[in-house]
Design a binder for this molecule. Structure first.
Ligand code: NAD
Ligand code: LMR
Length: 338
C-alpha cells in the first residue's frame, strides 16, 4: 500500500520505554513499508513530555526519509487529530498496595478520555491497538467512549504472546521460527491466556505429533504442553521482568508493529496470527469483550478464522480466560467506566 499522503500515527506514552523502541522502527518504515511516509504524533502526560521531546530530537537527527513530521503534545485532541493509526502504550502501572479495581479505575481515567478524543479527532479509518495493561479491558473502555468509531477498530495486543509461543515451539521442535504456523493465543493478555498448538505445524508437519515423537508419546507431549509450554508463554512477561529487571520493551514494540502492519497491509502468505479483537460470540466467547482469537487480516480488517476444532482441554482454558475478561468488564461497568 503506497499512499501519496503521509499516514498519521499517534503513539501514547511516547516518552516511555516501549515508545522509544517503537518510534525509530516506525520512522524507518518497519510498519508501513519503504514507500509510505509517516507523521508521528507523540502524546505524553506533562511529566513525560521532556522524554518525548528528546526522542523527537533524536528522530530529527536520524534523518529518516519517510518521516514527514513529528508532533509532541500533552493534549489528546492534538495527538489524535487525523490519526489513521493509534498505538495506545501509555498506561498507569500497578504499584504497591493497588488493588485490581484501583488499577482498572486509574486506567479508565486514561482510556475513557483517549477513546473520546479518538472519536472526535481521528481520521475515519482510524485503527487502534492498546498495549498498555490491562490491555484488553483498556481497549474496551476506549471503544465504549467512541460511539462513532466501529468497535472492530479497537484491538489489544496479544501478538507478543503469539510471538513468544512461536519462539518456544521453534526451540522445542528445532525448526526455524519462520516454519511454525497455526498457533493461536485465546483470551486475555494475562496469565489466564491459552496458547493453543493443537492446529500448529512446523514446516508443514503437525506440531502435536512432532512433540509426541520427541518427548516419548502423546501423554508426555500433553504434559509438556500443560506444565511447561502454556505457563511459560502465559507468564513470560513476569519472567522478563524478573530476568531483565523491567518489563518487556523491544519485543513488545516489535509485536505492536507486527500487529499494525498485518492489520493495515494484510497477513498475506504467512496466514493466521493472533489478535485481541471485539468478540461477536465466535467460538462461544462472550460477545462484547476484546478477546484474543485466531485471525487473518485482509483489506484492512481482521476476521476470526472459523471452523477450528476445540477439544475439552482447550474449551476449559478458553472459557477460563474469557471469564476473566467478563469479570474485568463487570468491574469497569460497576465503576461507571463503560
Ligand atoms: N500488551 C503487551 O503485550 C505488553 C507488553 C509489555 C508492556 N505492556 C504494557 O505497556 C505499557 C507501557 O510500558 P512501558 O515499558 O513503555 O512503560 P513506561 O513506564 O516506560 O512508559 C509509559 C509512558 O506512558 C506515559 N503515560 C502515562 N499515562 C499517560 C497518558 N494518560 N497519556 C499519555 N502518556 C501516558 C508515561 O508518562 C510514560 O512515559 C505498560 O502498561 C506495560 O504493562 C504491554
Ligand atoms: O508489563 C507487564 O506487566 C508485562 C507485559 O504485559 C508482558 O507481557 O511482557
Amino acid at each position: 500500500m503506497s499512499r501519496s499522503r503521509p499516514v498519521t500515527i499517534t503513539i501514547t506514552g511516547a516518552g516511555g520505554q516501549i515508545g522509544y523502541a517503537l518510534l525509530f522502527r516506525i520512522a524507518s518504515g518497519a510498519l508501513l513499508g519503504p514507500d509510505t511516509a509517516v507523521r508521528l504524533n507523540l502524546l505524553e502526560i506533562p511529566q513525560g513530555l521532556r522524554a518525548a521531546e528528546g526522542a523527537a530530537l533524536e528522530l530529527q537527527d536520524s534523518a529518516f526519509p519517510l518521516l514527514a513530521h513529528v508532533e509532541v503534545t500533552a493534549d489528546p485532541a492534538v495527538a489524535f487529530e487525523g490519526a489513521n493509526a493509534a498505538l495506545l502504550v501509555g498506561a498507569r502501572p500497578r504499584t504497591a498496595g493497588m488493588e485490581r479495581g484501583d488499577l482498572l479505575e486509574a486506567n479508565g481515567g486514561i482510556f475513557g478520555p483517549q477513546g473520546r478524543a479518538i472519536n472526535d479527532h481521528a481520521a475515519d479509518d482510524v485503527r487502534v491497538v492498546v498495549v498498555g495493561n490491562p490491555a484488553n479491558t483498556n481497549a474496551l473502555i476506549a471503544a465504549s467512549h467512541a460511539p462513532d468509531v466501529p468497535n472492530e477498530r479497537f484491538t489489544a495486543l496479544t501478538r507478543l504472546d503469539h510471538n513468544r509461543a512461536l519462539g518456544q515451539l521453534a526451540a522445542a521442535v528445532s525448526t526455524p521460527v519462520g516454519g511454525i504456523r497455526g498457533v493461536t493465543i485465546w483470551g486475555n493478555h494475562s496469565a489466564t491466556q491459552f496458547p493453543d498448538v493443537a492446529h500448529a505445524t512446523a514446516d508443514g508437519d503437525p506440531v502435536p505429533a512432532l512433540l509426541a515423537a520427541r518427548l516419548g508419546g502423546t501423554d508426555a507431549a500433553h504434559e509438556w504442553l500443560a506444565d511447561h509450554f502454556i505457563p511459560r508463554v502465559a507468564r513470560r512477561g513476569a519472567e522478563i521482568i524478573e530476568v531483565r529487571g523491567s518489563s518487556s520493551v523491544a519485543s513488545a514494540a516489535s509485536a505492536t508493529i507486527d500487529h499494525m502492519r498485518n492489520w493495515m497491509l494484510g497477513t498475506g502468505e504467512r496466514g493466521r496470527t493472533s489478535a485481541a479483537i471485539w468478540s461477536n460470540g465466535e467460538y462461544g466467547v462472550a460477545e462484547g469483550v476484546i478477546s484474543s482469537f485466531p485471525v487473518v487480516a485482509e483489506g484492512g480488517a481482521w476476521s476470526v478464522v472459523e471452523g477450528l476444532g476445540v477439544d475439552a482441554f482447550a474449551r476449559e482454558r478458553i472459557d477460563a480466560s474469557v471469564a476473566e475478561l467478563v469479570d474485568e468488564r463487570e468491574a469497569v461497568r460497576a465503576l461507571g467506566l463503560i
